[in-house]
Each structure stands twice: as structure tokens, then as C-alpha cells.
Write a new protein. Structure first.
Lengths: 296, 609
């Protein structure tokens, strides 16, 4: 098996007494677009800051491109492109000036590529950063994250605050640029519908731990919602893999992971009035994992 | 990593802050230059340059905060930290760029003032340039470094500035709290001890810088509560002020005694040999640092009102010198009072002065009885108001009336013996200081009967001590070096006697000790009462007393001060042991002298060392 681009092992981190990460374990395959999803405040940004070596973990370790993030921080940052959540740059700098300034930090800065990016992203070079729209601001941040041609790009909620059109526009650019350059993208968001068409791998972070990780397609295939009409029995707690059970009138909907024929038959036996099986989108899968009642 | 790029970024980041600070720091010097130009007195800005330099350290703190805040605001911090930046190099470059900007803030007004002073031949005093400027630079470096370090940690401009300034104040006060024998901020710190004090400031600055490097590297971030911070800061400032006060404003009150005053008199305290007489009625004893009174005579009953009588001459009114005090002489257990009596009459609403007498009175135990008188009316050149002064030197009383001089033997005050009389022998005007740095001559009073030193002392006091010369002097004689002191609104200046001949005393400017802002705030125009005794210069103002050590040839050093803003110091006497007695008046409203709610006190102060 190829070495993963990012590997996180038993990551713990606390802000004072508040434990934010409680043992995160994760592997991001090389060349993948990895969706890192979770609700606000679950520790996505903390994980990313630790990944980049901006803060030291209390325990555990992060490996990026084969380098330990707490030991080789500068080298990791040279090889990585990072775009922060709601990224704020120097408002008083002009676009051209901030590109020049950031380029100074990277020996591998590709000026030609940066110019191409600026053109694709339609960035005005002689305008001050503070006068840019949110979409332009995100585009500039993306340019600054990609200009040195990194192997790994980390995007922390990059579309935060953008309107739906700008969000779609931005994501289209991201996909076009990154897929054509075959880089690994680690992409955090709480907006699942924007990750769904982009990410080929997904990890769900909740309350400081990864509760589910895998390929997006596999997740979609393995998780199903089964609706039973007037079931004779409603106690599903003994059934393995139950994520959520919801009663609507006489009907009961059951969300179940690793849905195979055995599980289907067991559920079917609980109702003689029929059963309907539905495939879920990522949003519903996320909801089932994060707020599902596990059949209780 | 391109260093030029980072420096360029810092310059761009700071340029507006720098321009704003320069605007603030230059506005006063430019204004003074314009006003002086409009007045036609030249183009100078020496006063306001000093004021600007005093405020500059506050602005350098702002520069530090602006320098750091631009990069340490949470999201911007993540932005540049996510780049392959060597944090220590980045922060060092930031620190140095900001420091240079801060030094520019100091340099601009200083150069402006210097150039103008050279241009219009005004003078920025040597002491100011030599000591004040480096001191201002040091404080600026200190406040800059501390605010820089604080902002890296706190990451809030106003809070970091407050904490930085508070720490700066603490470090400035620290040497006064430590046992380094610092008493006077101006003389010991600004004009004197170039040892520990700058070392402490530089070490603190370096420590703040190293701290900033580590705080940035390890992402130390102190989250603060502004309200709590202000409370803690206020408490700390109060504690510091108390400590500073106990060390610096340090004339200790040994006893304060309310007294019943029989008559209102400014100069209630007079000296008679080694004793102090209160209102011509009682001796004041200060044994065991307690104030008590004893009657002048050994066996009188209660004496309510004993004043030296005024001998009336029909049709004349009288003026007595000293008019607010008494010149006493003690011989063989007897106490005598010596005074000049000037008689005048009013003719067509004009006072005509015609007679002058010197009289001696002896205290009999119950009253003052006239013993002898000497008619010196021939000292009056015309009928206008005569200036009269006198000084008792050993047993010789030197009386000066207008331009005439009378020397009288008072070894037995019951019999005043004329030794010499020189009419029209004195020059009337004191030299006027256009430029105090130029050497000048003071006419020597022609008295051969006293020692040269006393003659010089009398001559100088006659011009610069005015009416108080019967009691005190502004001249200090120490290790055969004769000097005298002049007190202005701005400073205390010492002038040294460089030599003399039969006609003149030659003097030159020695040194000056400027007043601080706080001293100027409590200063009033009563400093003409300042006098020298026992190697100390006493400057009693209306509400304050400052005592300076003047024994050094290098500097005038404040030993302590006493402030009572709601009291009026009416008289002062320095005791033989160096302790000081103050006669003070308190009223609910000092501007109304006849308020019923008023009291008088005698206050015994410890000798400041």
C-alpha cells in the first residue's frame, strides 16, 4: 500500500481544560481530494493547525509527506499550501504586492503559474486587498496557497462566507486547478453538499474523534435508510449498525450502516406491511452519524 | 526567505503610524517656532522640543503596538505563520524596523530644535542635550520594547500599550525602590547616575525583545479582561506611587502641632543664636522631636502680647525693617532686637521720607525696652521710599540704606557704636542676565571690616536675596568654593564665583537643575525665599518645601520634598540639627484669609539626608 500523504495518529489537543481533540486517527491517500467534515467547534481547524505545525499536539503525531509536523514545520510549510478559514491578509497591501511578499517566503515559487492563476481567478493586481470582494479574497488566498506548486493543499473551510454562486464558482476553480496538478487536497467544511461532488474520500469528526472515514462512494453505498410501514416491533437497539430510528406516524425509518442482505432481512421481518429502501446523500449520512439516536 | 521583502512590508505597514506620530510630536515645536517668528524674537522651539521628547516614549509604545498588531491579529497571524517563515527572524526584523521608526520620532523634534537653535542663536541648554536626549532615547527604547513584547503576548493594541506603559513605569521607578540610594529623579537619574539606571532600562528592553521572540515562536497568547486589567493596573500604579513617594517625596513629618496664634504674622519664626523664637514671645524647643514652648525670660508669668514697641515721632508714620520678622542678638543672657525705623509724612498725597534710625531694644522679661538709637538719616539721598537691609556679622551690623552703607559695632547692643559710614558708596543695579552663560560681575560692597567671604556673601545677597538678607543667604561657601543660586520657573541655577578684585566679584554659570513637570505643577512664585544653610538649599514655596544638596560641584540634587496643597507655608526655620520647622496656615479657603475655619500649625520635619 502506498504511503499516505497525511497520517494522523492518536492526536490529542486541549485549550486549557477544554479537550478539543480526543485521539484523532486519520489517513489521507496521496492524490485524493479528502473531505474533512464536522460541525462548527468540533476541532477541524485545531487539527489543521496541528497538521501544519502551528501548534504542538499534547499527544499523538501528524505526518505530512513523510515529515513529522512538530519537528519539520518549515519544510512542511514549504511543501504545503494552506488556505485558512475566513483568511485575512494585509488589507493595506495591493494584490500584486502581497503575491510578491508571499513569494519571498518560498524558494519554489512559480511566478508564471501564479500569473496564470491570477488570470484564471480574474484577480485585479493593482487593487488593495481590503477592497476585494469575499470571492476575490478567497481566490487570492487560493493563489497564495498554490503559487509554489505544493504537493499537499490544505483548505480550511475555504468557502466560508461566500454566496452560493461564488461558492460554486470557487469550487469549480479549485477542482480544475487541483485535479490537473494531481495534488492531494485536504478540504475541511461543514457544508456537506459542497464537498459531496468534489471529495473522493471523507472523514467525519465529531466531539474530537473521527467517527467515520472512507471513500465517498463506499459510504453512499453502505448506508441506507429503510422505511417500515406499521412494524410489529420497534426496538432496533439490538441490531448492529443502527445509526438512527425515526417514527413518523405508523411508519418507522431506520438508518443503518454496512447495510447487507442479512440486516435487510432482519429489519424486513419486523414488519409484514412492506419496506422501502432509500439511498442517502452525504448530508443525511452526516446527520445520521452526528445526531442519530442509535435506535434508543 | 527574502529579508528585503519583510522590511519593505514593515515599512509599508508602519508608514501611516509613523507619519501620525511625527505629526503629533512635531506640532508643538513647529507651533513654538511659528509663534516666536511672528513675535519677531527669532525662530526657536527649545521649550516645546523638550515637551515633545517627554511625550515621545508614549508614541514609541504606539508604534510598537501598531508594528505587532498588524501581524498578530488572530487570522493574520495564522496567515503568515502558515508560510515557511523563520519566526525569530521575522520578529527580529519587525522589532528593528519599528525601533528605527521610534528613534526617528525622537530624532525629528530634537534635530528640528537643534537646527533652529543654531540658526537663531538661541540655546538649547547643554545639560538638556547631554543628558535629557539620551535619557529620552532610553525611555523610548524601553517603552517600545515592552509594548512590543506585550502585544506579541496580549495581541490587543490598547491593552498591550497599557500593560507596556505600566511595566515601563515600574521599571523607571524600580531603582528608587531598590537600595541604590537614588533620591532625585533629575539629578540621580537624568543628570547623574549613568550606571545602574540605563543598565536596568537596557536589560529590560532586551528581555522584552527575547520574550517577544519566544512568545511568537511558541504562540503564547494571554487572553485578557480589560476591566480586570484596568483595576489591577490602577492598583499597581497606586502601589508604585506610594513606594515612589516614600522614597522620593520623603521629608518625614516628626510632629505637627496646632497652635493658638495671637497675631497674624508671616515671619513668625526668628533665630536668636541657636534658638528659634516664635512670634517674639516664646522659644521653641524640639527635644526628642517634640515641639514645646518655653518663655523667653526665666521667670515671667504668662505673656500674652509682647511686641517690640514703635517709638512714635509726632506727625510721622513709621516703617520698620525687618517688617515681617525680627533680627535678634543674644549677649550674656540678654536678648536684644535690632531694627531700622524709617519715618515719613504724607504731604499732598505723597509720602516724604525724612528720618532713619537704627534702634536696639532689650527684653526685660515683661516687655521690650529701647536701649539705644543711632540716627542715620543722612543716608537718605532724597525723600523717596528708601530700600533698607541689614546683616549682623559677628558683632558688626552692616546697614544698607539706598546707596549708603553704615557699619555699627553691636557687641554691646545697649550702646550702638558707629564704626564707619559711607554715603553713596553702593552701586544700585544688579547685572541683568541676557545670557546666563556669559561671565558677569557683581559690584563688591565696600566693607573692609568683615572677612572677604562674608563681604562677597553680603554683596551677592544684596542683589539677589533682597529683603531677607538679615536672616538668610543664597550664597554657599564649601571647600573655599563660593557659589550662589537663582531659582526661576524652569530651574535652579548655580553660579560660581571665579574671582574678585577691589571693585567686583566675577561669576560664571555652574550648573542647573531643571524642575520636573510635577515640580512645576506644585511650584509657585514664592521661591525667592529660597536660602542656603548647612550645604543645603531650602526652597519654600507657598505649599511646598524642596530641599536640595548643593555640596557637589557637579550637580544639585534633591533630597526630598514636602507638599501640602491645602496649607500655606508662612515661615521656615532650620534648626541646628538640620531638622526644619514650618509655620503653616490652613483654611477652608486659602484665598480668603479671614475665614473662620482656619488654623495654624507648627510642623517639625526631619532633616532630609
Amino acid at each position: 500500500m502506498a504511503e499516505p500523504a497525511i497520517k494522523i495518529e492518536g492526536l490529542h489537543f486541549s485549550y486549557g481544560r477544554k479537550q478539543v481533540l480526543k485521539g484523532v486517527n486519520l489517513e489521507v491517500p496521496k492524490g485524493s481530494i479528502f473531505g474533512f467534515i464536522g460541525r462548527n467547534g468540533t476541532g477541524k481547524t485545531t487539527t489543521i493547525k496541528t497538521l501544519l505545525g502551528l501548534q504542538k499536539p499534547h499527544s499523538g503525531r501528524c505526518i505530512i509527506g513523510g515529515l513529522d509536523s512538530s519537528k519539520n514545520t518549515l519544510e512542511i510549510r514549504r511543501r504545503t499550501g494552506f488556505m485558512a478559514e475566513d483568511q485575512q491578509m494585509y488589507g493595506w497591501m495591493k494584490v500584486g504586492r502581497i503575491i510578491e511578499w508571499v513569494a519571498g517566503f518560498y524558494p519554489s515559487w512559480d511566478y508564471k503559474f501564479a500569473d496564470e492563476l491570477a488570470e484564471i481567478l480574474r484577480l485585479p493586481m493593482n487593487v488593495k486587498v481590503k477592497t476585494l470582494s469575499k470571492g476575490q479574497n478567497s481566490s487570492l488566498a487560493l493563489l497564495l496557497a498554490l503559487g509554489h506548486r505544493p504537493d499537499i493543499v490544505i483548505l480550511d473551510d475555504p468557502t466560508l462566507g461566500l454566496d452560493p454562486i461564488a461558492r460554486k464558482d470557487f469550487l469549480r476553480h479549485v477542482i480544475d486547478l487541483l485535479q490537473s496538478n494531481s495534488v492531494t487536497v485536504f478540504f475541511s467544511s461543514h457544508l456537506l453538499y459542497e464537498i459531496e461532488p468534489v471529495a473522493d474520500h471523507i472523514a467525519i469528526l465529531d466531539d474530537g474523534v473521527i467517527i467515520k472515514a472512507g471513500k465517498t462512494e463506499e459510504l453512499r453505498d453502505n448506508i441506507r435508510k429503510i422505511i417500515l410501514t406499521s412494524p410489529s416491533e420497534t426496538d432496533f437497539s439490538r441490531l448492529a449498525g443502527i445509526l438512527d430510528v425515526l417514527k413518523v406516524g405508523d411508519n418507522v425509518s431506520v438508518t443503518i450502516e454496512d447495510c447487507n442482505d442479512e440486516k435487510r432481512n432482519r429489519i424486513k421481518s419486523m414488519s409484514s406491511n412492506g419496506m422501502t429502501e432509500i439511498a442517502l446523500n452525504l448530508d443525511e449520512i452526516f446527520e445520521a452519524y452526528v445526531i442519530g439516536n442509535r435506535g434508543h | 526567505m527574502k529579508i528585503q521583502g519583510i522590511i519593505h512590508q514593515q515599512i509599508c505597514q508602519l508608514k501611516w503610524h509613523l507619519l501620525a506620530c511625527l505629526g503629533l510630536v512635531m506640532v508643538l515645536p513647529i507651533e513654538e517656532a511659528v509663534v516666536s517668528l511672528k513675535d519677531g524674537t527669532g525662530v526657536y522651539s527649545s521649550t516645546m522640543v523638550i515637551v515633545s521628547l517627554m511625550f515621545a516614549p508614549l508614541l514609541t509604545g504606539l508604534i510598537a503596538c501598531a508594528n505587532v498588531q498588524g501581524d498578530f491579529e488572530e487570522k493574520r497571524y495564522i496567515f503568515w505563520r502558515s508560510k515557511p517563515v523563520n519566526v525569530k527572524l521575522f520578529v527580529t526584523l519587525k522589532f528593528l524596523t519599528g525601533l528605527i521608526a521610534s528613534l526617528i520620532i525622537i530624532a525629528c523634534p530634537a534635530i528640528f530644535g537643534l537646527v533652529l537653535s543654531i540658526f537663531c542663536k538661541d540655546y538649547l541648554e547643554d545639560e538638556t542635550l547631554q543628558y535629557f536626549l539620551p535619557f529620552a532615547v532610553l525611555i523610548a527604547i524601553l517603552t517600545y520594547s515592552l509594548c512590543f513584547g506585550c502585544n506579541v503576548l496580549v495581541r490587543r493594541t490598547a491593552r498591550a500599550w497599557l500593560i507596556g506603559m505600566l511595566l515601563g513605569a515600574f521599571i523607571l521607578v524600580l531603582p528608587f525602590i531598590l537600595p541604590l540610594n537614588y533620591r532625585d529623579f533629575v539629578s540621580d537619574v537624568m543628570f547623574g547616575a549613568w550606571g545602574y539606571y540605563p543598565a536596568i532600562m537596557l536589560i529590560a528592553s532586551a528581555a522584552a525583545f527575547v520574550f517577544a521572540l519566544y512568545a511568537a515562536q511558541h504562540e503564547w497568547h494571554l487572553k485578557t479582561n480589560l476591566k480586570g486589567l484596568l483595576w489591577v493596573g490602577t492598583g499597581l500604579v497606586f502601589a508604585l506611587m506610594m513606594l515612589f513617594n516614600s522614597q522620593v517625596a520623603n521629608i518625614k513629618v516628626l510632629q505637627e502641632k496646632e497652635i493658638e496664634s495671637h497675631d497674624w504674622r508671616w515671619n513668625a519664626l526668628d533665630s536668636a543664636g541657636d534658638r528659634v523664637i516664635f512670634q517674639g514671645r516664646s522659644y521653641i524647643n524640639t527635644n526628642n522631636n517634640k515641639i514645646s514652648f518655653s518663655n523667653i525670660d526665666v521667670n515671667p508669668d504668662d505673656i500674652d502680647e509682647i511686641t517690640v514697641p514703635t517709638t512714635r515721632i509726632g506727625g510721622y508714620r513709621t516703617r520698620i525693617y525687618p517688617w515681617r520678622g525680627r533680627l535678634y542678638k543674644k549677649t550674656e543672657g540678654n536678648l536684644y532686637s535690632l531694627a531700622i525705623y524709617v519715618y515719613y509724612r504724607n504731604e499732598e498725597k505723597k509720602d516724604i521720607y525724612e528720618k532713619v534710625y537704627l534702634r536696639s531694644h532689650m527684653f526685660t522679661g515683661e516687655s521690650w525696652m529701647q536701649d539705644d538709637e543711632l540716627d542715620i538719616s543722612d543716608c537718605l539721598e532724597d525723600s523717596t521710599y528708601p530700600s533698607t537691609t541689614m546683616r549682623l556679622i559677628d558683632n558688626k551690623l552692616i546697614v544698607l540704606v539706598n546707596k549708603s552703607l553704615v557699619i555699627i559695632d553691636v557687641s554691646d547692643p545697649q550702646e550702638l557704636k558707629l564704626i564707619d559710614k559711607k554715603l553713596n558708596a553702593l552701586k544700585s543695579r544688579a547685572p541683568y542676565f541676557y545670557d546666563r552663560r556669559k561671565e558677569f560681575a557683581i559690584p563688591l560692597v565696600p566693607v573692609e571690616e568683615i572677612s572677604s567671604e562674608e563681604r562677597i556673601r553680603l554683596s551677592i545677597d544684596r542683589y539677589y536675596h533682597y529683603n531677607d538678607i538679615y536672616e538668610t543667604s543664597k550664597v554657599n561657601i564649601h571647600n573655599k568654593q563660593i557659589s550662589f543660586f537663582r531659582i526661576s520657573q524652569d530651574d535652579i541655577a548655580r553660579f560660581d564665583v571665579t574671582g574678585w578684585d577691589d571693585e567686583n566679584i566675577y561669576c560664571k554659570f555652574g550648573t542647573a537643575r531643571p524642575f520636573t513637570i510635577l515640580e512645576r505643577l506644585t511650584q509657585d512664585y514664592s521661591f525667592h525665599r529660597a536660602f542656603v544653610k548647612g550645604g543645603k538649599l531650602y526652597c519654600p514655596g507657598e505649599h511646598t518645601l524642596m530641599v536640595f544638596d548643593i555640596r557637589s560641584n557637579q550637580k544639585i540634587r534633591k533630597l526630598g520634598h514636602f507638599v501640602r496643597m491645602d496649607y500655606r507655608i508662612e515661615d521656615i526655620a532650620v534648626l541646628e540639627n538640620g531638622n526644619t520647622l514650618l509655620h503653616m496656615y490652613w483654611s477652608q479657603n486659602l484665598s480668603k484669609s479671614h475665614n473662620n475655619q482656619s488654623k495654624r500649625y507648627l510642623c517639625l520635619l526631619e532633616n532630609p539626608q
